[in-house]
Structure formats: C-alpha cells, structure tokens
Design a protein around this ligand. Structure first.
Ligand SMILES: Cc1ncc(COP(=O)(O)O)c(C=O)c1O
Length: 310
C-alpha cells in the first residue's frame, strides 16, 4: 500500500525505516555544521507506461562522488549500493507520482567540523507537491542579491554540501523580505552566477546564454540538459560571463534545476523581461525537458532509469 507522507519509508544507515524512526544525534557534525553532501534526484511518473523514471541518475551519482572527494568524506557505499538503496526505498513506498529523492551522505558520530567519519547515508523520497513554494510559481519576480555567491576559494559552489545552502538562504530570505520570489546572485567578480537553488539562462537575439561553470555555479545537471536539448533544437548556446545589466535587457530568462525544472523569470529588480510571462523558447525547452524526463526522447533514452521491474 502506498504510504502517506508523514509515515513514508526512508532508507537510513542500511535499513528501510519509518521516517519518524530515522534519528540523528544532535552532536553529529552533520547536525552541527551542515557536514553532508547530497543530491536531489527527480523522478517522473509515466502514466502510459505505468513506470517511474529517475532522471540522469548516474550523473547525480557522479556529482555526489565528486562532492564527497572534495569535502573528504569517504563514501562507505559502492555505486551499485547507492542505486539499490534508491530503488528499494521508492519501491517500498510504491510511488506512482513525480517525486524528488534526497540522497545524502553525512558525517555522523560525536566529532567536529574537521571529522570525516563515521560517514553514512539516508535516502528520502519527497513527493513533488511538497517542495518549496518558489519552485511551484508560474514566472518569478527576482532581485539581484546584495549577498555575493560563495566562491571557489571560500566555499566552492561546485560542492553540493548542506553548509553551502546558508549562502543560498541569505539571498532567498532577503528576496522574500523585499517582496520578490527569489534572487539571482553575482559572483566575486561582479558577474551573474546563479539562483539560490538553480542555474540561470538568458535569451538575447535568439541565443541562449548561461554563465560559465567557473563563474561560481553548481555543475547543474539541468543546465547540462538544457544545453543539450537546445543544441538538438538548433538553438545557439553561448556559455560566457554575463553582466548584471544584461539581465535587465534580455528577451527571456529562466532559472533551472532538478526541483525548479525550467521556470521563467518575469522580472529582475522590477525590470520586466519580455512580456512578463513565459517566453516562447523557455516554454519550448520546458516541454522538451518534460518529454525527456518521462523517457519520451529517443535520442536521450539513456537519461532515464526505470525504477519498477516490468
Ligand atoms: C545552487 C544550485 N545551483 C544549481 C542547481 C541546479 O542543479 P541541478 O540541475 O543538478 O539540480 C541547484 C540544485 O540542486 C542548486 O542548489
């Protein structure tokens, strides 16, 4: 029987348990210092096939293992074990809807911020309706954050660790305080970087433009997906640094990420973008993204992993 959210099963330190029984010691470095690395892995329900597809699962594990290496947490599980835990916990919950799966490696025990063990893992499915409000908006009113994005030589944004999200939080809280939906960060060089939990694209004169991976952004899987889909559609793509003023004059803009998918930006610092709604290219890319995510893009069928046995 499908479980309700309050009693869903999660995979926790080698066992599948009720979420209420998954407890972490308050002195664990993950609890005290955000010493964990994680992935939010989107899964899409294909109702025709009665199948749930995980989107770009292997790419998420590549990034998880890169983050582990960079932050020096030894992942105690093999790739096969990462995948098995993921599949087992979804099956146990019998999900037949879109979900996001949080797969987190964390430092447990009684150590400090310098500890690297004992490391363990949880895998928690989150039904899509439950993710943050700004992710479910039609088009977003954004501000440029007064906070700078973390940078390579302070806290590298390439590492997807819990602690990095305190910078995201500062920008997001500021945006909400000032009546915006979310924010766009600038990097140390004053160039555009990304949103608090998403990457950014602008469209000018028919070209899709996105900051370089060295402009203080996470190596986003959705960013990579968008670039590949745009190439398939013969839309020119340019990866280059973007000035703040380009945000104010572009024809279309959107944020993208596993949680956000592709979400149009309607304004930046109250400069209206395009007609203030979702632009044509943004809409097209979002439709193509959703097609690929439910396994309907034959060229990229390797992007999806079927969860249920048939
Ligand atoms: C700061 C940041 N940038 C970008 C992204 C988008 O990454 P992805 O497309 O891999 O979900 C995320 C989401 O995880 C994020 O937190």
């Amino acid at each position: 029987m499908k479980t309700d959210v309050a009693n869903r099963f999660i995979w926790f330190k080698g066992k599948i348990v009720n979420v209420n029984d998954a407890k972490i010691n308050v002195l664990a470095p993950t609890a005290q210092f955000g010493l964990n690395i994680f992935e939010g892995i989107p899964c899409y329900w294909n109702d025709d096939e009665k199948q749930l597809y995980a989107f770009r699962l292997e790419d998420h594990y590549d990034r998880l293992l890169r983050s582990a290496r960079l932050i020096q947490i030894d992942c105690p599980y093999s790739r096969e074990e990462l995948k098995k835990a993921f599949i087992d916990v979804i099956k146990m919950n019998e999900y037949d809807e879109n979900i996001s799966v949080r797969q987190t490696l964390f430092v447990d025990g009684f150590g400090s911020w310098g500890s690297s063990e004992p490391a363990d893992m949880f895998v928690a499915p989150v039904p899509r309706g439950r993710i943050s409000k700004e992710y479910n908006k039609k088009a977003l009113n954004c501000s440029v954050a007064s906070w700078q994005r973390i940078s390579e030589n302070t806290l590298s944004p390439r590492i997807k660790c819990g602690a990095n999200y305190i910078n995201s939080r500062a920008g997001q809280r500021e945006a909400l305080r000032n009546g915006y939906d979310t924010c766009i960060f600038l990097n140390q060089a004053g160039k555009v970087s990304e949103g608090p939990g998403s990457c950014l694209f602008i469209i000018s004169g028919g070209t899709l433009i996105t900051p370089l991976l060295t402009d203080s952004v996470l190596e986003s899987i959705t960013r990579d997906t968008v670039i590949k889909l745009a190439c398939d559609l013969n839309i020119p793509v340019s990866e280059r640094s973007i000035d703040r003023t380009e945000l104010y004059t572009c024809d279309e803009a959107f944020l993208c990420g596993s949680a956000m998918e592709i979400t149009a930006i309607s304004s930046v610092d109250k400069y209206i973008i395009g007609n203030g709604g979702t632009g044509k290219i943004t809409d097209l890319l979002h439709k193509e993204y959703l097609k690929a995510a439910i396994g309907q893009n034959k060229k990229h069928s390797d992007w999806v992993t079927a969860v249920y046995d048939k």
